[in-house]
Unconditional design. Structure first.
Length: 277
């Protein structure tokens, strides 16, 4: 296996760099920390209905038309989201994400729900084709990631209309194994699906601590050692919370060094190097 040079940011006084990993493609990085989503919702003013013991996670927007939850007491555990006007039940919608879906990718959907809608017509395909995802031929419109391990599909059938996304890996025996799925029912806000598509197609790797990189990623993704300071992790978290509190909110879907921090060498390595556990 090829070894990548470890990227380092200069340590602050009394700080010790911690070993983390950059995982690319991001859809194989594993679930990540739920707080990436929940802290953003709190900062955006959503009501937290989560019980004191912490499960199931439950949030509701200010006008009580959208609900976001995470249930780990069911099999399989998953994120569930629903919404729609209370006086128009026929326009209700729901979405589900398997527990293994990276939270940074789910946040593309949930973050978008906290913002005012753009005046521009949403297009879920645009952010994906812009990143080189390939349109496929077949009964249902589909785009596939450059490495072929993830896809987004729109299905319009007589009794069912939905969007569907999934990431998959391949076993040593050549069998395809689904890493995670996401399903969006009819009437799901298209601008939120566009937000999801943008974070799914984002080519930047995701950061994971030791013990949180799935076996599938170690086998099929580029996993690059990356040294990071505790203060820098806190700064990224604080920046994301601050973004949720501002009118022009941003989506922090991955490691984004502050302006005074140079882009790490491992960022390029994660795209062009070999695989490493």
């Amino acid at each position: 296996m090829k070894k990548h040079q470890q990227a380092r940011w200069g340590p602050g006084a009394g700080e010790v760099p911690q070993q983390h990993y950059l995982v690319a493609p991001r859809h194989l990085a594993g679930a990540g920390d739920l707080r990436h989503i929940t802290e953003y919702l709190c900062a955006a003013g959503w009501k937290d209905h989560t019980p004191r013991h912490g499960s199931p996670v439950s949030f509701e927007n200010r006008d009580r038309t959208i609900r976001i939850g995470y249930a780990n007491h069911i099999i399989p555990p998953m994120w569930t989201m629903s919404g729609g006007p209370k006086n128009a039940p026929g326009q209700s919608w729901h979405a589900t994400f398997d527990a293994a879906t990276p939270v940074e990718i789910i946040a593309g959907f949930t973050d978008t729900l906290t913002r005012a809608r753009s005046p521009h017509a949403p297009d879920a395909w645009r952010p994906m084709t812009a990143q080189g995802w390939r349109a496929g031929e077949g009964q249902h419109p589909t785009v596939t990631s450059p490495d072929g391990s993830a896809r987004l599909q729109f299905r319009e059938e007589e009794d069912n209309t939905m969007w569907w996304a999934a990431a998959r890996t391949t076993t040593a025996a050549g069998q395809h194994v689904v890493a995670w799925r996401a399903v969006f029912s009819e009437n799901t806000p298209l601008h939120a699906i566009e937000g999801f598509a943008a974070t799914l197609a984002d080519p930047r790797p995701l950061l994971r601590p030791p013990g949180h990189v799935p076996f599938a990623a170690a086998q099929h993704a580029t996993v690059t050692p990356y040294m990071v300071l505790p203060s820098q992790l806190r700064a990224l978290q604080q920046d994301r919370v601050a973004a949720a509190r501002t009118p022009a909110r941003r989506t922090w879907g991955t490691v984004q060094p502050r302006p005074h921090m140079p882009a790490p060498a491992a960022y390029a390595a994660a795209h062009h190097g070999g695989r490493q556990r």
